[in-house]
Design a protein around this ligand. Structure first.
Ligand SMILES: [Zn+2]
Length: 95
């Protein structure tokens, strides 16, 4: 997720606070979701670690949904089609 410092010429006091949808709390804490990236995907000798910064409600610890689009379970389509049909691969394993 790209984090950029916004250059805005507005008075922050005129902006709407973001509130937790669960408990209406308006204070949030920075937390990290840590993912293990298998070495075959990371292209490194060992598994890599990927961290995703999220905001959680200070009160109920619910993750602020606005920061969630960056969190996505891997889609098998992202890895391209298998080089061989699965049935064929299984056959090779049984040899
Ligand atoms: Zn909350």
């Amino acid at each position: 997720m790209e984090q950029r410092q916004l250059q805005i010429n507005v008075n922050p006091q005129t902006l709407k606070n973001i509130a937790c949808k669960e408990c209406e709390c308006k204070l949030f804490e920075q937390k990290f979701i840590i993912k293990r990236v298998p070495k075959f995907l990371a292209g490194t000798p060992v598994d890599a670690i990927l961290h995703i910064q999220v905001w959680v409600c200070s009160n109920c610890k619910e993750i602020l949904p606005d920061c969630l689009p960056a969190i996505k379970e891997p889609d098998p389509a992202d890895f391209g089609p298998p080089s061989k049909p699965l049935s064929e691969l299984r056959g090779e394993l049984n040899k």
